[in-house]
Design a protein around this ligand. Structure first.
Ligand SMILES: CC(C)(COP(=O)(O)OP(=O)(O)OC[C@H]1O[C@@H](n2cnc3c(N)ncnc32)[C@H](O)[C@@H]1OP(=O)(O)O)[C@@H](O)C(=O)NCCC(=O)NCCS
Length: 330
């Protein structure tokens, strides 16, 4: 449970998807895959791909400016920027520093969070504390990834991910409601279920690592599936209990978008009607840290949320790491 001294609301949402589209049919022409398999197993029809000169911070900055404007604020009002990403512009400095400069939020502190597909859940849960404790007012939380840059386009698991960024602003809420509760989990024993082996201190970049293609991500898809369908229902049950709510009280789940199979199995285990589980992976695939804020931004734009609606955010991914949050729309 987060000790809430001051209520916190999401005051603005935004998103940015690159223009370029890779359809399943296009992927059939470059890797050994099958469009129907991708749609049936993963729920993906197409995904967006960044241009060669388009960086994670480019997408993140556009999403951020949209969220700030929607919040009725200017970049000067932002006190802190947190970027969740696995595909930073550079290993150093933080992508949040790039964003800070690009959007001109020079009153803000800036740092990154690394929790791969659960990155946005971690960034939200960290960011919200600063507002809840009264330490600062407006926190910009961004989830942004360009996995196309670290994907081996000769392997068939290249079909899983897309590029994109989403952002929210957390602000104080004088009237109550907003954040209710949140929980994070992790199990480092599963750290290699999805990994980028080279480029860090364990295996610095070398001719060999490049030749052996070790700078691209590698995944044990079944390992992820088996853990995901265990931990997601558990953490969602935990936050519902802490919030003294049941599934009947929930309007929507706004989850990470790993695969349609994981989300369906999670809903089935919870006993949740799948129509309450929002998805957009048919158009964007898995944008890793970007999934939840992109989906939320679209949901808000479609006027699907009214004050008093309870929603659940939930994510699972490499680490393994997972988390969930209950939020009452303001
Ligand atoms: C990856 C995943 C879809 C595999 O599902 P599965 O039912 O276990 O599928 P299998 O591995 O048994 O493969 C079933 C068939 O699909 C085929 N297949 C596997 N990957 C494929 C691909 N990319 N394209 C086309 N066919 C593929 C296999 O060759 C196999 O064919 P066969 O039956 O003729 O041998 C599933 O485990 C999953 O959703 N994992 C989660 C992955 C994820 O969410 N990753 C991102 C989050 S970090």
């Amino acid at each position: 449970m987060i000790p809430i001294i001051r209520n916190v609301k999401i005051s603005g949402t935004g998103r940015c998807l690159p223009e370029k589209v890779y359809t399943n049919e296009y992927l059939e022409t470059i890797v050994d895959t099958n469009a129907e398999w991708i749609y049936n197993k993963l729920g993906i029809k197409e995904r967006r791909i960044a241009e060669e000169n388009e960086t994670t911070s480019d997408l993140a900055s556009k999403a951020a400016l949209m969220a700030i404007e929607n919040a009725g604020l200017t970049p000067d009002d932002i006190d802190l920027i947190i970027v969740a990403t696995t595909t930073p512009d550079r290993p150093a400095p933080s992508t949040a520093s790039f964003v800070q400069e690009k959007i001109g939020a020079f009153n803000a502190g800036a740092f990154d969070i690394a929790a791969v597909c659960t990155g946005f859940m971690y960034a939200m849960t960290v960011g919200v504390q600063f507002v809840a404790t009264g330490a600062i007012k407006h926190v910009l939380v961004i989830g942004a990834d360009t996995f196309s840059k670290i994907t081996d386009w000769t392997r068939r698991d290249a079909v899983f991910f897309g590029d994109g960024a989403g952002a929210i602003v957390f602000s104080p809420n004088e009237k109550g409601d907003g954040l209710i509760t949140s929980k994070l989990g992790a199990d480092g024993r599963g750290k290699f279920i999805w990994t980028v082996p080279a480029g860090g201190s364990e295996m610095p970049a070398s001719e060999t690592t490049v030749k052996e293609r070790l700078h691209y991500w590698q995944m044990d898809g079944k390992g992820i599936y088996n853990t995901a369908v265990r931990v997601l229902p558990e953490v969602i049950t935990d936050v519902l209990k802490a919030a003294h709510l049941t599934l009947d009280d929930i309007k929507y789940m706004v989850p990470h978008q790993p695969s349609i199979g994981i989300l369906k199995e999670t809903a089935a285990k919870l006993g949740m009607d799948f129509s309450k589980v929002l998805t957009n992976m048919d158009r964007y695939g898995n944008t890793s840290a970007g999934t939840i804020p992109i989906l939320l931004s679209e949901t808000v734009e479609k006027n699907m949320l009214s004050p008093g609606d309870n929603i659940i955010f939930a994510a699972v991914g490499s680490g393994m790491a997972w988390g969930a949050m209950v939020y009452r729309w303001v």
